[in-house]
Design a protein around this ligand. Structure first.
Ligand code: DMJ
Length: 720
């Protein structure tokens, strides 16, 4: 089937953007009657070829892939004087180039193929990224819906730039491709713009319902259409929040997704239906029909781990396809056709694939089989596969959209294939909304050169001097990584050969050769009594840790990146502060000023823990840190959660911050323990006299003898 579709495109249509499968020729914009908005996908850049590249690898057609990449590099131009949709160009062409680059790079590294490849596709992706960037030149940061590939948006020759609105999905479906481009190319600007657009959409959500509308004004951020669903106009905005978290590992995206998801499940999902509601009055449905784009949603629910509603909605969609052969573009809640067109959309196959992978239920293979059979029976024509104009009559339309090759064949092929048959490990990748493959390893690639903390001086180890010197001649702005401490430094060229040095990020790793002395946070007040020991990372600055024993309380704001508003509470305590948003040293200074006597930093990455992630040493901000005299340690989030749970239950918890080797209660420290038992006993007695509600159990009297510590109040013990 794929050979028939792709072969027909290459034979009858290439280098045109799309195949016209009934006329057996290519669709060239301007030469065919204008179809309105859908023609905005056509940029005279051989759209279908680029959108298909990584499908060739998935289907193990590696010779074809190599040929197609050569063709793309040699023959495709991206500087055409044509107005294109920013959204479609991003997901299909930029995504296509990036997915293909990632695959080409993978094959090249395996050493068998693509040895001639020198990142040409990535260079093309970068060029295209720059051609899309003018769209972001709005006061809000939401992108214009269209750009002229050659003239941008504001140039009088561009024939665009007068629009005031865009769809939510159009503005909110940039982050995967733009972040991947930034991280692969080293140019931060793409990720920054895509992120900003997402920030605006988040800010503009309806605060009562946590839903977003379908169309938004790009200049003032006002909602233009306030109906809210998970299909047309919004769909991939939600998809990209979830997948941005997976691809980039940034919790902010997951938190936003989760808030939206709860709202969707509260108002929009009425299993098995997914209805559109008014964002301000979400208990009222705004229409009684659903659109076929929402068929992707069960797949997203699988990624979210919410199988039950995914299975129910998918089953509902399957019943609609049984009745009408394909999913009509729109169908009523009684499954009647509302709009009969079916442009060979892949969303139902996509959800079927996810459900099969999650459940292993062969039922989904039979669903896949029915999709294949219907395509062959009702869409296959001599020159490819033709869209269905109306599912009720079965008439065809002279179009075969590029997503048919990019997505439909990938999901169907993957549904029926074993992991071992693929030329790469599918679990290392995530699908974009156009099913292009991006490696999840990008999450550990730092976004290049963000932030703006300027340092006055920096010294570079001898070994790096040569590297810097060679960069001087090529770039006016470079990022380099300087070890010991690890920091990402940006060199800004002020005049030729003269650089200003800017420290832009601390990196949460320590070079292997530098040994990190493991530290601990040991909870010593009742009921913990030293048995709860949390592995912690040290800091390269602040107090050299000796035994400290203090209550813990949280800073507000919890990140400690702004003025501390609960200084009175923090004063005299060890403060808790969340990692992220600003430098460790800055947080420490603010908390020190507020009167804290120590800081425990807690990782902001959900699920991180000291068993799976190597400990690292926190580094300063490039300035002198001799003014910071507090003891400082770092906990991964799982260990941090133990501490915060303890605090929640007991309000004040005494802890020791100290190097692990000095952990209280080590066998070799029996003597010290006995002394400690004594003091705990005193503490307990004293507390009882004060009518404390803290339990004073056998464990208190014998805290280190596990046979005598059946105390159910003893709190979580992470060090049995
Ligand atoms: C694709 O281009 C993408 O999946 C997009 O997100 C919306 N749907 C079309 C295919 O239906």
């Amino acid at each position: 089937m794929f050979d028939h579709a792709y072969g027909s495109y290459m034979k009858y249509a290439y280098p045109a953007d799309e195949l016209m499968p009934l006329s057996c020729r290519g669709r060239v914009r301007g030469l065919e009657p204008n179809r309105g908005d859908i023609d905005d996908s056509l940029g005279k850049f051989s759209l279908t070829l680029i959108d298909t590249l990584d499908t060739l690898v998935v289907l193990n057609k590696l010779d074809d892939f190599e040929d197609a990449v050569r063709k793309t590099v040699r023959e495709v131009r991206l500087d055409n004087d044509v107005v294109v949709s920013v959204f479609e160009t991003n997901i299909r062409v930029l995504g296509g180039l990036l997915g293909a680059h990632v695959m080409a790079d993978h094959l090249r590294q395996r050493g068998e193929r693509m040895q001639w490849y020198e990142d040409e596709l990535l260079h093309m992706a970068k060029e295209l990224g720059h051609r899309l960037l003018p769209a972001f030149n709005t006061t809000s940061g939401l992108p214009y819906p269209r750009v002229n590939l050659r003239y941008g948006v504001l140039n009088p020759l561009s024939r665009t730039g007068t629009e005031s609105d865009t769809c939510t999905a159009c503005a909110g479906t940039m982050i995967l491709e733009f972040a991947a481009l930034s991280r692969l190319s080293g140019e931060a600007v793409f990720e920054e713009h895509a992120r900003k657009a997402l920030d605006v959409l988040w800010e503009k959500r309806q605060r009562g319902s946590d839903l977003v509308g379908t169309v938004i004004n790009i200049h003032n951020g006002d909602w233009v259409r306030r109906d809210s669903g998970v299909g047309a106009g919004i769909d991939s905005y939600y998809e990209y929040l979830m997948k941005a978290y997976i691809l980039l590992g940034d919790n902010v995206y997951l938190e936003r997704f989760n808030i939206h998801y709860s709202a969707i499940m509260k108002y929009i999902s009425q299993p098995p239906l997914l209805l559109n509601v008014h964002m301000h009055n979400p208990t009222v449905s705004v229409r009684s029909w659903m659109d076929s784009l929402l068929a992707f949603f069960p797949g997203l629910q699988v990624l979210r781990g919410d199988l039950k509603p995914a299975i129910e909605t998918h089953e509902m969609l399957y019943q609609v396809t049984k009745q009408h052969k394909f999913l009509p573009e729109a169908f009523t809640t009684e499954f009647r056709v509302h709009w009969g067109q079916h442009p060979l959309r892949p969303e139902f196959a996509e959800s079927t694939y996810y459900l099969y992978k999650a459940t292993g239920d062969p039922y989904y293979l039979r669903v896949g089989q029915s999709i294949v059979e219907k395509l062959n029976a009702y869409a296959r024509v001599p020159c490819g596969f033709a869209a269905v104009q109306d599912v009720r009559t079965g008439t065809h339309e002279d179009r075969m959209d590029s997503f048919f090759l990019a997505e439909m064949f990938k999901y169907l092929y993957l549904l029926f294939s074993e992991k071992s048959q693929l030329p790469f490990d599918i679990d290392d990748y995530i699908f974009t909304t156009e099913a292009h493959l991006l490696p999840v390893s990008l999450s550990t690639t730092q976004p290049p050169c963000q932030g703006n903390n300027t340092v006055r001086t920096a010294s570079f180890p001898q070994s790096n001097t040569q590297y810097i010197a060679s960069l001087e001649h090529t770039e006016s702005l470079v990022c380099i990584i300087v070890f010991n401490p690890i920091s990402i430094i940006q060199l800004l060229q002020e005049h030729k050969g003269v650089y200003r040095v800017k420290l832009v990020a601390e990196v949460s790793q320590t070079p292997e050769e530098e040994e990190v002395v493991p530290h601990i946070v040991q909870l010593i007040s009742p009921p913990f009594l030293g048995r709860t020991v949390l592995t912690a990372g040290p800091a390269k600055f602040g107090m050299d840790l000796t035994k400290q024993e203090h209550g813990v309380s949280s800073a507000s704001p919890y990140t400690a990146c702004g003025p501390i508003d609960n200084a009175a509470e923090v004063k005299g305590h060890i403060a808790l502060a969340l990692r992220g948003d600003c430098m460790f040293a800055g947080k420490a200074r603010r908390l020190q000023e507020a009167g804290a006597i120590g800081v425990i930093f807690i990782d902001h990455r959900e699920g991180s823990n000291s068993e799976e992630t190597p400990l690292f040493q926190m580094v300063g901000d490039g300035d002198s840190t001799t003014d910071i005299s507090l003891p400082l340690v770092f906990l991964f989030s799982r260990e941090g959660a133990v501490l915060t749970a303890a605090l929640e239950e007991h309000h004040n918890v005494d802890v020791l911050l100290l190097p692990k080797e000095r952990q209280l209660g080590h066998e070799e420290e029996e003597e010290e323990l006995r002394g400690e038992q004594q003091s705990q006993q005193q503490y307990c007695t004293k507390a009882s006299e004060n009518e404390s509600t803290e339990p004073c159990s056998a464990a208190v009297l014998s805290p280190l003898d596990s046979s005598q510590s059946p105390n159910s109040n003893s709190g979580p013990d992470t060090n049995p």
